[in-house]
Design a protein around this ligand. Structure first.
Ligand code: PFF
Length: 451
């Protein structure tokens, strides 16, 4: 039953369970599908360098900021702000997060559905040989079908729903305890395999030898910031919601560094895996979003034991997608569960229904609604850009202002649970001054188009 906080007594069994779940949220399609094409289009190593700098300077301090709000508030996205700042409008940051989470999940299930379908195609052997017209055409004609992709995204969301319905310790924590170790093993296996390919040294050079002259290209900064936020699941209160289920004794700072480190290691390993393959098969690194779904299958086909590798790869991509989708669904479920007084099960069904319905638009945007576009972006791209480049950074900026300016310094430091005075000062200065200024500048610049 619910207690006064509205979240019931459901909590993470262990701090490690929380860390695995939060890592699961961070590691997802963003690390593999999004990171590789964004890095590929934006200069590889130079992009990686700026991205790493943002993770360190903005990502980690803000992850601590967001989780400290959740741990202190002990409620869902909206409730935590209401508790820490009663009679103010700060809870709107939480509400924006809830809507942002619903929007992201609505297109996330579309791409996850593709991944599940590809896995099925490899298990049944349908993709073992190149279909007539090539993988590109097979992908295009499949996603433009109005019904088949909807089936796969419904299946993906259905499984996510069954896990979330069971709550934190029995649902989400248990699932991640299986997903995350499996994911780590598969990923290392794939990276080692990648390193044995002929083009490995070129792939590594692309990823690790920066061309500093590219630092003059302004779009690298906006893209790297958006990618850092998306990849760390930062700015829409998903991490806030997860941290609200922590026990009092479970400390935040080490956990947040661990989460960011793990997410970054996964992104780099995914980069090694994909770019070594891309270079050994001489594919254009700037092939854009279809990189994973169109190009990799052709690469797998030419590899020794490629069918097996493809199965491993799509198991990995699908599991990573599940562990992120869990956090994206938990975010609105926790809010609806408390505010509408619905059971967790009912709240999970209501939120999933809304998300699935919205997701239909993103899916049809590849087929019968492909005419709905803006600047060459279809419906999925528009929702992706709107959330990753605007909602997430705006949410992060507002959280920094909340903790840096609304909350008193002593309380902020206490919430952060940082012990050393030096780290406290660094974190507080970053959150109060550096992050708001840098983020406001990049947001402003990208909104008004001079980036
Ligand atoms: N971090 C996830 C990824 O990289 O795929 C995406 C994501 C999950 C974004 C949860 C936001 C979120 F709240």
């Amino acid at each position: 039953m619910n207690d006064a906080s509205g979240i019931g007594n459901d909590q993470w069994k262990t701090r490690f369970g929380f860390m695995l779940a939060a890592m699961g949220s961070a590691v997802g399609l963003g690390n593999i599908w999004r990171f590789s094409y964004v890095a590929g289009e934006n200069g590889g190593a130079t992009f990686l360098f700026v991205y790493l700098a943002f993770i360190l300077l903005i990502g980690i301090p803000l992850l601590l900021t967001e989780t400290s709000i959740g741990k202190a508030g002990k409620m869902d996205a909206v409730g935590s702000f209401k508790k820490l700042a009663p009679n103010t409008k700060w809870h709107l940051v939480g509400l924006m997060g809830v809507f942002g989470g619903i929007l992201i999940l609505s297109f996330y299930i579309v791409v996850s559905g593709w991944s599940l379908f590809y896995l099925y195609q490899y298990i049944t052997g349908a993709f073992w040989t190149e279909p007539d017209g090539g993988f590109g055409q097979a992908f295009e004609s499949w996603i433009s079908n109005p019904f088949a992709p909807l089936f796969w995204q419904a299946l993906f969301l259905g499984i996510t729903l069954l896990i979330v319905m069971n709550g934190i310790s029995k649902g989400i924590e248990r699932a991640n305890n299986i997903f995350m170790p499996a994911l780590a093993i598969l990923m290392i296996f794939m990276a080692i395999y990648g390193l044995t390919l002929d083009g490995a040294s070129e792939g590594l050079a692309f990823l690790f030898t920066p061309d500093w002259s590219q630092l003059g290209n302004p779009s690298i900064y906006a893209m790297a910031l958006g990618q850092a936020f998306f990849s760390l699941s930062l700015g829409i209160c998903g991490m806030l919601t997860y941290s609200s289920y922590l026990k009092e004794k479970d400390r935040l700072p080490g956990a947040t560094v661990g989460i960011a480190l793990m997410d970054t290691v996964f992104a780099v390993i995914a980069g090694i895996m994909i770019f070594t393959a891309v270079f050994s098969f001489e594919v254009d690194t700037a092939s854009g979003p279809p990189l994973v779904f169109i190009i990799l299958p052709s690469i797998f086909e030419g590899m020794p034991a490629g069918n097996l590798i493809a199965i491993v790869f799509f198991v990995l991509l699908t599991m990573a997608a599940f562990s992120s989708a869990l956090s994206l669904l938990e975010l609105p479920v926790a809010y609806v569960h408390r505010t509408l007084g619905l059971s967790r099960k009912a709240a999970t069904f209501v939120c999933s229904g809304i998300i699935f319905t919205l997701g239909i638009a993103s899916s049809l945007g590849f087929g019968i609604w492909s005419g709905v576009e803006y600047n060459g972006n279809n419906i999925l791209d528009m929702i992706d850009n709107f959330t990753a480049n605007l909602i997430l950074p705006l949410g992060g900026l507002l959280m920094a202002i909340f903790v840096g300016w609304y909350v008193k310094r002593d309380q902020a430091i206490q919430m952060s649970e940082l012990q050393s005075a030096g780290l406290q000062n660094i974190w507080y200065t970053l959150v109060r001054y550096v992050i708001p200024v840098v983020m406001a500048f990049i947001l402003f610049a990208s909104l008004f188009g001079f980036m």
